[in-house]
Design a protein around this ligand. Structure first.
Ligand code: KIV
Ligand code: ZN
Length: 507
Protein backbone atom coordinates (compact mmCIF):
# COMPACT_ATOMS: atom_id res chain seq x y z
CA UNK A 1 0.00 0.00 0.00
CA UNK A 2 1.49 3.41 -0.89
CA UNK A 3 0.14 6.73 0.28
CA UNK A 4 1.01 10.11 -1.21
CA UNK A 5 1.32 12.02 2.04
CA UNK A 6 1.64 9.45 4.79
CA UNK A 7 0.85 10.68 8.29
CA UNK A 8 3.76 10.71 10.71
CA UNK A 9 3.22 9.22 14.18
CA UNK A 10 5.60 9.95 17.03
CA UNK A 11 6.73 7.00 19.15
CA UNK A 12 7.17 7.67 22.87
CA UNK A 13 8.65 4.55 24.43
CA UNK A 14 8.08 3.77 28.09
CA UNK A 15 9.90 0.40 28.36
CA UNK A 16 12.31 1.90 30.87
CA UNK A 17 9.56 3.46 33.03
CA UNK A 18 6.12 1.79 32.79
CA UNK A 19 7.89 -1.31 31.39
CA UNK A 20 10.13 -1.46 34.40
CA UNK A 21 7.02 -1.37 36.60
CA UNK A 22 6.21 -4.87 35.25
CA UNK A 23 5.94 -7.07 38.34
CA UNK A 24 9.25 -8.85 38.91
CA UNK A 25 11.32 -6.65 36.60
CA UNK A 26 14.24 -4.75 38.01
CA UNK A 27 16.89 -3.44 35.64
CA UNK A 28 20.39 -2.45 36.67
CA UNK A 29 21.89 0.87 35.56
CA UNK A 30 23.91 -1.05 32.99
CA UNK A 31 20.78 -2.80 31.65
CA UNK A 32 18.87 0.48 31.35
CA UNK A 33 21.71 2.15 29.50
CA UNK A 34 22.03 -0.80 27.11
CA UNK A 35 18.29 -0.69 26.39
CA UNK A 36 18.31 3.12 26.00
CA UNK A 37 21.10 2.91 23.41
CA UNK A 38 19.16 0.23 21.52
CA UNK A 39 15.90 2.24 21.64
CA UNK A 40 17.74 5.19 20.18
CA UNK A 41 19.18 3.01 17.40
CA UNK A 42 15.71 1.63 16.81
CA UNK A 43 14.52 5.18 16.19
CA UNK A 44 12.08 5.93 19.01
CA UNK A 45 11.43 9.66 19.21
CA UNK A 46 11.24 9.85 23.00
CA UNK A 47 12.60 7.51 25.66
CA UNK A 48 10.86 7.75 29.01
CA UNK A 49 13.93 6.83 31.03
CA UNK A 50 12.40 6.60 34.50
CA UNK A 51 10.84 8.24 37.52
CA UNK A 52 13.73 10.18 39.17
CA UNK A 53 12.04 10.93 42.48
CA UNK A 54 11.34 7.22 43.13
CA UNK A 55 14.92 6.58 44.33
CA UNK A 56 18.41 8.01 44.27
CA UNK A 57 19.56 5.19 41.94
CA UNK A 58 16.74 5.93 39.52
CA UNK A 59 17.60 9.64 39.50
CA UNK A 60 21.23 8.80 38.69
CA UNK A 61 20.37 6.45 35.85
CA UNK A 62 17.91 8.89 34.23
CA UNK A 63 20.63 11.53 34.39
CA UNK A 64 23.18 9.14 32.86
CA UNK A 65 20.81 8.32 30.01
CA UNK A 66 20.17 12.03 29.39
CA UNK A 67 23.93 12.55 29.20
CA UNK A 68 24.43 9.85 26.54
CA UNK A 69 23.48 12.33 23.82
CA UNK A 70 21.28 9.82 22.08
CA UNK A 71 19.32 10.58 18.95
CA UNK A 72 16.10 10.09 20.91
CA UNK A 73 14.86 12.78 23.28
CA UNK A 74 14.96 11.70 26.93
CA UNK A 75 11.98 12.15 29.24
CA UNK A 76 11.53 11.82 33.02
CA UNK A 77 8.25 11.10 34.80
CA UNK A 78 7.15 13.32 37.66
CA UNK A 79 4.16 13.73 39.95
CA UNK A 80 2.73 17.23 40.25
CA UNK A 81 4.94 18.23 43.15
CA UNK A 82 7.84 20.67 43.28
CA UNK A 83 10.09 18.02 44.87
CA UNK A 84 9.44 15.53 42.04
CA UNK A 85 9.87 18.15 39.33
CA UNK A 86 13.15 19.39 40.89
CA UNK A 87 14.45 15.85 40.87
CA UNK A 88 13.49 15.49 37.15
CA UNK A 89 15.00 18.89 36.33
CA UNK A 90 18.24 17.82 37.96
CA UNK A 91 18.55 15.03 35.35
CA UNK A 92 18.83 17.53 32.46
CA UNK A 93 16.20 15.70 30.42
CA UNK A 94 14.63 17.12 27.26
CA UNK A 95 11.11 16.59 28.50
CA UNK A 96 9.26 16.18 31.79
CA UNK A 97 6.07 14.12 31.86
CA UNK A 98 3.89 15.31 34.74
CA UNK A 99 0.81 13.38 35.80
CA UNK A 100 -1.97 13.60 38.36
CA UNK A 101 -5.07 11.45 38.93
CA UNK A 102 -8.30 12.97 37.59
CA UNK A 103 -10.91 10.20 37.93
CA UNK A 104 -13.24 10.38 40.96
CA UNK A 105 -11.97 7.07 42.37
CA UNK A 106 -8.29 7.96 42.06
CA UNK A 107 -8.68 11.57 43.25
CA UNK A 108 -10.43 10.29 46.38
CA UNK A 109 -8.51 7.12 47.20
CA UNK A 110 -5.09 7.55 45.55
CA UNK A 111 -4.31 11.18 46.42
CA UNK A 112 -7.22 12.36 48.57
CA UNK A 113 -7.59 15.65 46.68
CA UNK A 114 -10.59 17.60 45.45
CA UNK A 115 -10.95 18.32 41.70
CA UNK A 116 -10.10 21.99 42.41
CA UNK A 117 -6.87 20.99 44.18
CA UNK A 118 -5.97 18.64 41.31
CA UNK A 119 -6.55 21.36 38.74
CA UNK A 120 -4.47 23.93 40.63
CA UNK A 121 -1.67 21.46 41.25
CA UNK A 122 -1.54 20.44 37.55
CA UNK A 123 -1.45 24.04 36.31
CA UNK A 124 1.19 25.14 38.83
CA UNK A 125 3.38 22.13 38.03
CA UNK A 126 3.21 22.71 34.28
CA UNK A 127 4.06 26.37 34.77
CA UNK A 128 6.96 25.40 37.03
CA UNK A 129 8.40 23.02 34.39
CA UNK A 130 7.97 25.58 31.62
CA UNK A 131 9.55 28.33 33.74
CA UNK A 132 12.72 26.22 33.64
CA UNK A 133 12.65 26.12 29.84
CA UNK A 134 11.96 22.38 29.65
CA UNK A 135 9.32 20.75 27.43
CA UNK A 136 6.33 19.38 29.28
CA UNK A 137 3.88 16.56 28.58
CA UNK A 138 0.83 16.35 30.85
CA UNK A 139 -1.18 13.23 31.72
CA UNK A 140 -4.53 13.35 33.51
CA UNK A 141 -4.11 9.89 35.02
CA UNK A 142 -7.07 7.51 34.62
CA UNK A 143 -8.38 9.91 31.97
CA UNK A 144 -10.68 7.27 30.52
CA UNK A 145 -12.61 7.02 33.81
CA UNK A 146 -12.64 10.77 34.36
CA UNK A 147 -15.91 12.71 34.04
CA UNK A 148 -15.84 14.30 30.61
CA UNK A 149 -16.52 17.93 31.69
CA UNK A 150 -13.64 17.76 34.20
CA UNK A 151 -11.34 16.04 31.70
CA UNK A 152 -12.01 18.77 29.15
CA UNK A 153 -11.55 21.47 31.77
CA UNK A 154 -8.19 20.17 33.01
CA UNK A 155 -6.88 19.46 29.48
CA UNK A 156 -7.73 23.01 28.39
CA UNK A 157 -6.19 24.45 31.56
CA UNK A 158 -3.02 22.40 30.91
CA UNK A 159 -2.91 23.70 27.37
CA UNK A 160 -3.28 27.29 28.59
CA UNK A 161 -0.50 26.66 31.14
CA UNK A 162 1.87 25.88 28.26
CA UNK A 163 2.14 22.09 27.77
CA UNK A 164 3.90 20.87 24.64
CA UNK A 165 1.82 17.69 24.42
CA UNK A 166 -1.15 16.11 26.14
CA UNK A 167 -1.12 12.40 26.95
CA UNK A 168 -4.38 10.55 27.61
CA UNK A 169 -3.78 7.43 29.72
CA UNK A 170 -6.18 4.51 29.69
CA UNK A 171 -4.67 3.63 33.04
CA UNK A 172 -6.66 0.47 33.74
CA UNK A 173 -7.11 -0.55 30.12
CA UNK A 174 -10.89 -0.36 30.26
CA UNK A 175 -11.54 1.16 26.84
CA UNK A 176 -12.61 -0.47 23.58
CA UNK A 177 -11.66 0.93 20.16
CA UNK A 178 -15.07 2.59 19.62
CA UNK A 179 -15.04 4.51 22.92
CA UNK A 180 -11.37 5.39 22.47
CA UNK A 181 -12.10 6.84 19.05
CA UNK A 182 -14.99 8.92 20.41
CA UNK A 183 -12.95 10.28 23.33
CA UNK A 184 -9.96 11.29 21.21
CA UNK A 185 -12.21 12.84 18.56
CA UNK A 186 -13.86 15.03 21.19
CA UNK A 187 -10.52 16.07 22.70
CA UNK A 188 -9.03 16.69 19.28
CA UNK A 189 -11.70 19.34 18.70
CA UNK A 190 -10.65 21.43 21.70
CA UNK A 191 -6.91 20.70 22.02
CA UNK A 192 -4.39 22.21 19.63
CA UNK A 193 -1.12 20.74 20.98
CA UNK A 194 -0.11 17.17 19.95
CA UNK A 195 -2.21 14.50 21.63
CA UNK A 196 -0.83 11.15 22.74
CA UNK A 197 -2.38 7.83 23.77
CA UNK A 198 -1.11 5.64 26.64
CA UNK A 199 -3.10 2.40 26.57
CA UNK A 200 -2.88 -0.49 29.01
CA UNK A 201 -3.64 -4.03 27.97
CA UNK A 202 -5.97 -5.30 30.68
CA UNK A 203 -8.44 -6.62 28.09
CA UNK A 204 -5.84 -7.30 25.41
CA UNK A 205 -6.88 -4.14 23.53
CA UNK A 206 -3.94 -1.80 24.10
CA UNK A 207 -2.74 -1.94 20.50
CA UNK A 208 -6.26 -1.73 19.02
CA UNK A 209 -7.09 1.24 21.28
CA UNK A 210 -3.83 3.02 20.39
CA UNK A 211 -4.67 2.64 16.71
CA UNK A 212 -8.23 3.89 17.31
CA UNK A 213 -6.77 6.97 19.04
CA UNK A 214 -4.51 7.59 16.05
CA UNK A 215 -7.46 7.21 13.68
CA UNK A 216 -9.26 9.87 15.72
CA UNK A 217 -6.33 12.28 15.41
CA UNK A 218 -3.71 11.36 18.04
CA UNK A 219 -0.20 12.35 16.96
CA UNK A 220 1.80 10.19 19.35
CA UNK A 221 1.56 6.81 21.10
CA UNK A 222 3.18 5.51 24.26
CA UNK A 223 4.52 1.99 23.72
CA UNK A 224 6.78 -0.54 25.38
CA UNK A 225 8.94 -3.24 23.84
CA UNK A 226 7.22 -6.64 24.08
CA UNK A 227 4.23 -4.84 25.63
CA UNK A 228 5.89 -4.65 29.05
CA UNK A 229 4.23 -2.52 31.72
CA UNK A 230 2.07 -2.51 34.82
CA UNK A 231 -0.21 -5.59 35.13
CA UNK A 232 -1.04 -6.78 31.58
CA UNK A 233 1.32 -4.19 30.15
CA UNK A 234 1.27 -1.34 27.64
CA UNK A 235 0.74 -1.29 23.88
CA UNK A 236 3.57 -3.31 22.29
CA UNK A 237 5.84 -1.07 20.21
CA UNK A 238 6.55 -3.77 17.63
CA UNK A 239 2.84 -4.41 17.02
CA UNK A 240 1.76 -0.77 16.88
CA UNK A 241 4.60 0.28 14.60
CA UNK A 242 4.37 -2.64 12.18
CA UNK A 243 0.63 -2.12 11.84
CA UNK A 244 1.06 1.62 11.29
CA UNK A 245 3.63 1.01 8.56
CA UNK A 246 1.98 -1.94 6.82
CA UNK A 247 -1.78 -1.65 7.33
CA UNK A 248 -2.13 2.16 7.49
CA UNK A 249 0.82 3.18 5.31
CA UNK A 250 1.83 5.71 7.99
CA UNK A 251 5.37 6.69 8.86
CA UNK A 252 7.35 6.55 12.08
CA UNK A 253 11.07 6.96 12.72
CA UNK A 254 11.38 3.29 13.68
CA UNK A 255 13.79 1.06 11.78
CA UNK A 256 11.56 -2.01 11.79
CA UNK A 257 14.50 -4.28 10.94
CA UNK A 258 15.75 -3.79 14.48
CA UNK A 259 12.48 -4.81 16.12
CA UNK A 260 13.36 -8.44 16.73
CA UNK A 261 16.87 -7.90 18.07
CA UNK A 262 15.50 -5.19 20.38
CA UNK A 263 12.78 -7.52 21.60
CA UNK A 264 15.35 -10.26 22.33
CA UNK A 265 17.56 -7.83 24.22
CA UNK A 266 14.64 -6.76 26.40
CA UNK A 267 13.64 -10.40 27.04
CA UNK A 268 17.15 -11.17 28.07
CA UNK A 269 17.65 -8.19 30.39
CA UNK A 270 14.15 -8.04 31.87
CA UNK A 271 13.77 -11.80 32.28
CA UNK A 272 10.21 -11.57 30.90
CA UNK A 273 9.80 -13.89 27.94
CA UNK A 274 7.27 -13.38 25.15
CA UNK A 275 4.64 -15.98 24.36
CA UNK A 276 5.57 -18.15 21.35
CA UNK A 277 2.56 -17.02 19.33
CA UNK A 278 3.01 -13.31 20.01
CA UNK A 279 2.68 -11.16 16.89
CA UNK A 280 5.92 -9.98 15.24
CA UNK A 281 8.40 -11.15 17.89
CA UNK A 282 7.00 -14.50 19.12
CA UNK A 283 9.00 -17.62 18.28
CA UNK A 284 6.27 -18.91 15.95
CA UNK A 285 5.34 -15.61 14.27
CA UNK A 286 7.18 -16.66 11.09
CA UNK A 287 7.32 -20.43 11.56
CA UNK A 288 5.62 -22.83 9.19
CA UNK A 289 5.13 -26.46 10.04
CA UNK A 290 2.16 -28.01 8.22
CA UNK A 291 2.90 -29.45 4.77
CA UNK A 292 0.62 -27.14 2.83
CA UNK A 293 2.04 -24.03 4.51
CA UNK A 294 5.68 -25.01 4.12
CA UNK A 295 5.16 -25.86 0.45
CA UNK A 296 3.23 -22.62 -0.08
CA UNK A 297 5.78 -20.27 1.51
CA UNK A 298 8.65 -22.02 -0.22
CA UNK A 299 6.99 -21.34 -3.59
CA UNK A 300 5.66 -17.86 -2.74
CA UNK A 301 6.07 -16.37 0.77
CA UNK A 302 2.91 -14.25 0.46
CA UNK A 303 0.77 -17.42 0.52
CA UNK A 304 0.99 -17.66 4.29
CA UNK A 305 2.84 -14.54 5.40
CA UNK A 306 1.30 -11.06 5.63
CA UNK A 307 4.73 -9.41 5.64
CA UNK A 308 8.21 -10.58 4.92
CA UNK A 309 10.01 -11.61 8.13
CA UNK A 310 13.04 -9.53 7.14
CA UNK A 311 10.95 -6.37 7.51
CA UNK A 312 10.98 -6.87 11.27
CA UNK A 313 14.47 -8.31 11.49
CA UNK A 314 13.59 -11.97 11.34
CA UNK A 315 14.08 -14.97 9.12
CA UNK A 316 11.53 -17.62 8.21
CA UNK A 317 11.91 -20.51 10.62
CA UNK A 318 12.10 -23.02 7.78
CA UNK A 319 15.36 -21.64 6.53
CA UNK A 320 16.89 -20.73 9.87
CA UNK A 321 18.58 -24.10 10.34
CA UNK A 322 20.33 -24.00 7.01
CA UNK A 323 22.74 -21.21 7.81
CA UNK A 324 26.00 -21.93 6.12
CA UNK A 325 29.39 -20.28 6.16
CA UNK A 326 30.74 -17.23 7.88
CA UNK A 327 29.54 -14.70 5.32
CA UNK A 328 26.02 -16.18 5.32
CA UNK A 329 25.77 -15.77 9.07
CA UNK A 330 27.33 -12.33 8.90
CA UNK A 331 24.76 -11.30 6.29
CA UNK A 332 21.93 -12.67 8.45
CA UNK A 333 23.19 -10.67 11.42
CA UNK A 334 23.87 -7.47 9.47
CA UNK A 335 20.38 -7.71 8.06
CA UNK A 336 18.98 -7.29 11.57
CA UNK A 337 21.42 -4.59 12.60
CA UNK A 338 24.03 -6.68 14.46
CA UNK A 339 27.65 -6.14 13.40
CA UNK A 340 30.09 -8.45 15.19
CA UNK A 341 33.83 -7.97 14.66
CA UNK A 342 35.86 -10.77 12.99
CA UNK A 343 36.85 -12.48 16.26
CA UNK A 344 33.27 -12.43 17.49
CA UNK A 345 31.98 -13.66 14.13
CA UNK A 346 34.39 -16.59 14.15
CA UNK A 347 33.16 -17.56 17.62
CA UNK A 348 29.49 -17.25 16.58
CA UNK A 349 30.06 -19.43 13.49
CA UNK A 350 31.90 -22.01 15.61
CA UNK A 351 28.96 -22.24 17.99
CA UNK A 352 26.36 -22.42 15.19
CA UNK A 353 28.30 -25.21 13.47
CA UNK A 354 28.70 -26.99 16.76
CA UNK A 355 24.93 -27.09 17.16
CA UNK A 356 24.45 -28.09 13.52
CA UNK A 357 26.88 -30.99 13.96
CA UNK A 358 24.69 -32.26 16.76
CA UNK A 359 21.71 -32.28 14.39
CA UNK A 360 20.05 -29.21 15.89
CA UNK A 361 18.15 -26.79 13.70
CA UNK A 362 19.38 -23.31 14.51
CA UNK A 363 16.45 -20.92 14.59
CA UNK A 364 16.74 -17.13 14.33
CA UNK A 365 16.10 -16.89 18.09
CA UNK A 366 18.97 -19.35 18.74
CA UNK A 367 21.25 -17.33 16.49
CA UNK A 368 20.43 -14.08 18.27
CA UNK A 369 20.89 -15.67 21.70
CA UNK A 370 24.27 -17.14 20.71
CA UNK A 371 25.29 -13.84 19.19
CA UNK A 372 24.28 -11.66 22.10
CA UNK A 373 26.16 -14.05 24.40
CA UNK A 374 29.30 -13.76 22.29
CA UNK A 375 28.99 -9.98 21.93
CA UNK A 376 28.60 -9.56 25.66
CA UNK A 377 31.65 -11.70 26.44
CA UNK A 378 35.03 -10.50 27.49
CA UNK A 379 37.25 -12.08 24.83
CA UNK A 380 40.94 -12.64 24.20
CA UNK A 381 43.71 -10.93 26.09
CA UNK A 382 41.41 -8.83 28.28
CA UNK A 383 40.29 -11.91 30.26
CA UNK A 384 41.46 -11.97 33.87
CA UNK A 385 39.71 -15.25 34.63
CA UNK A 386 39.67 -18.08 32.10
CA UNK A 387 38.25 -21.59 32.27
CA UNK A 388 40.87 -24.32 31.72
CA UNK A 389 38.83 -27.39 32.63
CA UNK A 390 35.88 -28.55 34.67
CA UNK A 391 33.98 -31.68 35.65
CA UNK A 392 30.61 -32.18 37.32
CA UNK A 393 29.02 -35.28 38.84
CA UNK A 394 25.41 -35.66 39.81
CA UNK A 395 23.06 -38.56 40.45
CA UNK A 396 20.47 -40.03 42.79
CA UNK A 397 22.83 -41.17 45.54
CA UNK A 398 25.64 -38.76 44.75
CA UNK A 399 25.94 -35.26 46.17
CA UNK A 400 26.29 -32.95 43.16
CA UNK A 401 29.98 -32.05 43.03
CA UNK A 402 32.03 -29.91 40.69
CA UNK A 403 35.72 -29.30 40.24
CA UNK A 404 37.09 -26.45 38.16
CA UNK A 405 40.52 -25.42 36.97
CA UNK A 406 40.75 -21.70 36.31
CA UNK A 407 43.52 -19.42 35.13
CA UNK A 408 43.55 -16.31 37.33
CA UNK A 409 45.82 -13.61 35.93
CA UNK A 410 47.65 -16.38 34.04
CA UNK A 411 48.20 -18.77 36.98
CA UNK A 412 46.17 -21.97 37.24
CA UNK A 413 44.25 -22.99 40.37
CA UNK A 414 41.87 -25.87 41.14
CA UNK A 415 38.88 -26.00 43.50
CA UNK A 416 35.98 -28.35 44.17
CA UNK A 417 32.59 -27.71 45.75
CA UNK A 418 29.28 -29.47 46.36
CA UNK A 419 25.86 -27.95 45.82
CA UNK A 420 22.14 -28.62 45.51
CA UNK A 421 22.69 -29.40 41.84
CA UNK A 422 25.55 -29.36 39.31
CA UNK A 423 25.06 -25.66 38.43
CA UNK A 424 25.08 -24.61 42.08
CA UNK A 425 28.21 -26.71 42.73
CA UNK A 426 30.17 -25.40 39.77
CA UNK A 427 29.27 -21.75 40.38
CA UNK A 428 30.31 -22.10 44.03
CA UNK A 429 33.65 -23.60 42.98
CA UNK A 430 34.27 -20.68 40.60
CA UNK A 431 33.41 -18.12 43.29
CA UNK A 432 35.70 -19.91 45.74
CA UNK A 433 38.66 -19.52 43.37
CA UNK A 434 37.97 -16.01 42.17
CA UNK A 435 37.54 -14.74 45.73
CA UNK A 436 41.37 -14.83 45.81
CA UNK A 437 41.22 -11.83 43.45
CA UNK A 438 38.11 -10.10 44.69
CA UNK A 439 34.91 -11.16 46.48
CA UNK A 440 32.29 -11.24 43.74
CA UNK A 441 29.05 -13.05 44.45
CA UNK A 442 26.20 -14.26 42.28
CA UNK A 443 23.18 -12.07 43.04
CA UNK A 444 20.72 -13.25 40.39
CA UNK A 445 20.46 -16.26 38.07
CA UNK A 446 17.94 -16.79 35.28
CA UNK A 447 17.66 -19.63 32.83
CA UNK A 448 15.65 -19.62 29.65
CA UNK A 449 15.18 -22.26 26.96
CA UNK A 450 14.98 -20.37 23.69
CA UNK A 451 13.28 -23.13 21.74
CA UNK A 452 11.51 -26.29 22.84
CA UNK A 453 13.11 -29.73 23.06
CA UNK A 454 15.70 -31.23 25.35
CA UNK A 455 18.46 -30.01 23.00
CA UNK A 456 17.19 -26.42 23.18
CA UNK A 457 19.69 -23.61 23.38
CA UNK A 458 19.63 -22.42 26.98
CA UNK A 459 20.29 -18.78 27.72
CA UNK A 460 21.62 -17.99 31.16
CA UNK A 461 21.47 -14.41 32.41
CA UNK A 462 23.19 -13.60 35.68
CA UNK A 463 23.99 -10.63 37.84
CA UNK A 464 27.10 -10.53 40.01
CA UNK A 465 27.85 -8.07 42.78
CA UNK A 466 31.18 -6.97 44.20
CA UNK A 467 31.81 -5.88 47.78
CA UNK A 468 31.14 -2.23 46.96
CA UNK A 469 27.66 -3.15 45.71
CA UNK A 470 28.45 -2.65 41.99
CA UNK A 471 26.23 -4.95 39.95
CA UNK A 472 27.17 -6.27 36.51
CA UNK A 473 25.06 -8.47 34.27
CA UNK A 474 26.32 -11.11 31.87
CA UNK A 475 24.87 -13.86 29.78
CA UNK A 476 25.77 -16.94 27.81
CA UNK A 477 23.90 -19.29 25.53
CA UNK A 478 24.71 -22.98 24.99
CA UNK A 479 22.77 -26.17 24.57
CA UNK A 480 24.50 -27.39 27.75
CA UNK A 481 22.99 -25.64 30.78
CA UNK A 482 26.03 -26.18 33.02
CA UNK A 483 28.41 -24.79 30.39
CA UNK A 484 26.13 -21.80 29.75
CA UNK A 485 26.07 -21.10 33.49
CA UNK A 486 29.85 -21.36 33.82
CA UNK A 487 30.42 -19.09 30.83
CA UNK A 488 27.95 -16.49 32.08
CA UNK A 489 29.55 -16.52 35.55
CA UNK A 490 33.12 -16.19 34.27
CA UNK A 491 31.98 -13.50 31.90
CA UNK A 492 30.30 -11.54 34.71
CA UNK A 493 33.33 -11.88 37.00
CA UNK A 494 35.66 -10.72 34.18
CA UNK A 495 33.47 -7.71 33.46
CA UNK A 496 33.36 -6.78 37.14
CA UNK A 497 37.13 -7.22 37.65
CA UNK A 498 37.98 -5.30 34.48
CA UNK A 499 35.69 -2.46 35.46
CA UNK A 500 37.20 -2.23 38.94
CA UNK A 501 40.79 -2.42 37.65
CA UNK A 502 40.11 0.29 35.07
CA UNK A 503 38.54 2.48 37.75
CA UNK A 504 41.47 1.73 40.08
CA UNK A 505 43.94 2.90 37.41
CA UNK A 506 42.02 6.15 36.88
CA UNK A 507 42.20 7.04 40.58
O1 KIV B 1 -0.96 4.32 33.14
C1 KIV B 1 -0.81 5.48 33.56
O2 KIV B 1 -1.75 6.21 33.87
C2 KIV B 1 0.56 5.96 33.68
C3 KIV B 1 0.72 7.41 34.03
C4 KIV B 1 1.91 7.66 34.88
C5 KIV B 1 0.75 8.22 32.79
O3 KIV B 1 1.50 5.25 33.43
ZN1 ZN C 1 0.84 3.39 32.44
Amino acid sequence: MTHKNPRFIRIFDTTLRDGEQTPGVSLTTEDKIEIARQLSKLGVDIIEAGFPSSSEGERRVVKEIAELNLNSKVCALSRCTKKDIDSALDCNVDLIHVFIPTSPVQMKYAVNMTPEQVLTSAVESIQYVKKHGVNCEFSPMDATRTEMPFLQQICKAAQDAGIDSLNIPDTVGCMIPRTTHKLFKELREIIKVPISAHCHNDFGLAVANSLAAIEAGADQVHTAINGLGERAGNAALEEVVTTLHVAYGYKTNINTRLLYSTSRMVVSLSGVSVQVNKAIVGENAFAHESGIHTRGVTEQPLTFEPISPELVGRTRKLVAGKLAGTRGIQAELNEIGIHPNEAQLTEIVKRVKNLGDKGKIVTDADLIALTSAVLGEVIGEEKIVDLCDMAVVTGIKVIPTASVRLALDGNEYVAAETGVGPVDAVLKAIQKLTSNLEKIRLSEYRLEAITGGSNAVAEVVIKVEDEKGNIVSARAAREDIVMASVEAMINGINKCLLKNRKQGKKQ
